[in-house]
Design a protein around this ligand. Structure first.
Ligand code: DGL
Length: 264
C-alpha cells in the first residue's frame, strides 16, 4: 500500500499551495491532484453544494487507488469533512484542524484572527476547532472574498491589493490579535502584503504548511509512508486545462506541465 499515491483535491488551483508543501515534506510520494475548475469557486456556494462536489471529487480519486485523501480546500474542509470521512475507506486529512492547532499553540495574547472565503467563515469550522483546543481564546473572523481573484491574477502586492487588505483587515488589526490564520488556499500568495499591513507582532499561520505535517504524521502512524525515490504528480481538471496550467504555475512553478480533463 505504501506504493499507492496520495489523492488531493481543491476547487481549482488553490490547493497547489498545499501540494507544494506536501511535495517538500514527502518527496518520495506520488500525488494525484484533482482541481474542480469547472465548478470553481466553492467559497461562495452553499454547504450542501460544496459537500456534493467534494464527495464526487473524492470518489474519482479513491477510484484511482489512493492510500490517503487530502482535502486541500478550506471551503470543502470546513463543510464536507464529516461526509468525506463517512464515505471514504482511506484516511482523510483536511486543512482546518492543522491550522487551528498551530495558531492555538502560537498565540500568547489569546486573541486569534481567522480569514477565509464566505462559506468557510460562515461555517464556523475554525472557531469550533480553536475552541476545542483552547476554550479561553478570543476569536475574530473576517471573510475576504476578493483575495482569491487577486491571487489568481498574480496581484500579490500592488496598490489594489494593499487597499483590499486595508479594508478587510483594518478591524482585525485593531482587535489586538497576535496570530492570524490564513484560512484559504490562495492567501499564502498574499502573505508578504498581509504581513506588511499587520506588522511583525502578528504571526501568520499558513494551513498548507501545517497540513503537510499532519499528512506525514498520518502516513507514519499507518505505516504506509514511502521513503525512497522521487515521486511524481499527475493533474486532473474538470474544465479545459489551459487556464489551470497557466495560473497553476503561479502557485507551483514549472511542475504544472499539463493536466488531463475529466468529464463531469
Ligand atoms: N480553495 C478555496 C478555499 O481554500 C478558495 C477558492 C474557492 O473559493 O473555491 O477556501
Amino acid at each position: 500500500m505504501d506504493r499507492d499515491a496520495i489523492g488531493i483535491f481543491d476547487s481549482g488551483v488553490g490547493g497547489l499551495t498545499v501540494l507544494h508543501e506536501l511535495v517538500r515534506a514527502l518527496p518520495a510520494e506520488d500525488f494525484v491532484y484533482l482541481g474542480d475548475t469547472g465548478r470553481y469557486p466553492y467559497g461562495n456556494k452553499s454547504p450542501e453544494t460544496v459537500t456534493r462536489y467534494s464527495l464526487e471529487n473524492a470518489a474519482f480519486l479513491v477510484e484511482k487507488g489512493i492510500k490517503l485523501l487530502v482535502v486541500a480546500c478550506n471551503a470543502a474542509s470546513s463543510v464536507a469533512l464529516g461526509a468525506l470521512r463517512a464515505e471514504c475507506a482511506v484516511p482523510v486529512v483536511g486543512v482546518i484542524d492543522p491550522g487551528a492547532k498551530a495558531a492555538a499553540a502560537h498565540t500568547r495574547s489569546g486573541r486569534v484572527g481567522v480569514i477565509g472565503t464566505e462559506v468557510t467563515i460562515a461555517s464556523g469550522a475554525y472557531t469550533r476547532s480553536l475552541r476545542r483546543l483552547r476554550p479561553d481564546l478570543e476569536i475574530y473572523t473576517r471573510a475576504c472574498p476578493l483575495f482569491v481573484p487577486l491571487a489568481e491574477e498574480g496581484w500579490t502586492d500592488n496598490e489594489v491589493t494593499r487597499a483590499a487588505i486595508a479594508l478587510y483587515l483594518g478591524s482585525l488589526a485593531r482587535s489586538g490579535i497576535d496570530t492570524l490564520i490564513l484560512g484559504c488556499t490562495h492567501y499564502p500568495l498574499l502573505k508578504a502584503a498581509i504581513g506588511e499591513f499587520l506588522g511583525k507582532s502578528v504571526a501568520l499561520v499558513d494551513s498548507a504548511e501545517e497540513t503537510a505535517g499532519e499528512v506525514r504524521e498520518t502516513l507514519r502512524q499507518t505505516g504506509v509512508r514511502r521513503r525512497r525515490g522521487r515521486g511524481t504528480t499527475s493533474f486532473f481538471v474538470t474544465d479545459v486545462p489551459d487556464r489551470f496550467v497557466k495560473v497553476g504555475r503561479r502557485f507551483l512553478g514549472e511542475r504544472v506541465e499539463s493536466a488531463v480533463r475529466i468529464e463531469r
